[in-house]
Write a protein that binds this ligand. Sequence first.
Ligand SMILES: NC(=O)c1ccc[n+]([C@@H]2O[C@H](COP(=O)([O-])OP(=O)(O)OC[C@H]3O[C@@H](n4cnc5c(N)ncnc54)[C@H](O)[C@@H]3O)[C@@H](O)[C@H]2O)c1
Length: 331
Amino acid sequence: MEQTNPTPVPAWPASAAVVGAGTMGLGIAESLATAGVPVRLAEETAELGRAARERLLARVRGHVAAGLLPPEALDRAGAVEAADAATAARGVDLVIEAVPERLDLKRDVLAAVAAAAPPEAVVATNTSSFPIDDLAAAVARPERFLGTHWFNPPEWTPGVEVIPGAATDPRIVDRVVAFLAAIGKRPAVVRSGPGFVANRIQNALFLEAVACVEEGLASPREVDEIVRGTFGFRLPFFGPFQIADMAGLDVYADVLATLERGLGDPFRVPALLRSLVEGGRIGTKSGAGFYAYTAEEREQLLGERDRRYAALAALLAGLPPITPPPEGEGR
Ligand SMILES: NC(=O)c1ccc[n+]([C@@H]2O[C@H](COP(=O)([O-])OP(=O)(O)OC[C@H]3O[C@@H](n4cnc5c(N)ncnc54)[C@H](O)[C@@H]3O)[C@@H](O)[C@H]2O)c1
């Protein structure tokens, strides 16, 4: 695999603390440290912090050895300092909390790091599920607090949901978005609601996948194959709205009407879709759907779609299978 070039060191933060060095915290720390941000990595105690630092170095060493990171990433990771949770936030510009998803624990840790951090510091939580305002209540300066929801594995997954609370200063949101983009992430600002956006959609997909198995339509292997090989094949390039625009919103409305007859209310044609169709906005073929397209943009989009699909098909054809063999096969 090709080595990636190190991204330029972002102007802000001058230093950061990652508190909680498990599955997510280690990868978040790796993302920051290898981008050149001086990082303090904290666990509950300094001793646990030192062990976490060793795990981080081993992980970066592995990524360098595999050719996934350039050799200088190891020097950058070597500059990471170990700390305990109580002192990690002292003097840093940014704290990212990634302790286990327990409300009482998160509140305690956030209160402690917000108290130890300088007044101008930004404090972020990596919560996957708690409303941001429930956690904001624990910190001294809620206007400088927000959610940054990374995805596993954080060092490779580009998307990060940025979730302001009711009190978050919009300039802080802009600053965090700019920072994440500067280290090569693809942040998107979303409002706080159950599961935010990604987990809500991901779980809707998962529930339907399980239902297809429970109803005997397909085995888990067949469902995985269909998802990966059909609409999932498009997802590295397009989200659901652009995909719907290219398919035709009128077609979507007709298909949903059949699904609603068979599967009930969750599949009813949404009012937003109905109003677009009634207004003649049926996607790329009409010049507008969820997005608007000039004739030239439409041609460019469809040409680029074909180019990317062909490139992805070629990439996938050259990779070995990753799904485990059926029970008893190949073991
Ligand atoms: N695992 C995922 O796929 C995933 C994805 C997105 C978000 N999240 C969220 O990220 C957060 C962390 O999840 P995880 O999967 O990394 O959990 P984890 O259990 O792997 O890691 C949590 C770490 O926090 C440490 N910790 C516990 N108490 C602490 C304290 N008082 N001070 C400092 N460190 C302490 C633990 O020792 C552990 O190393 C959770 O809020 C979770 O919901 C997880």
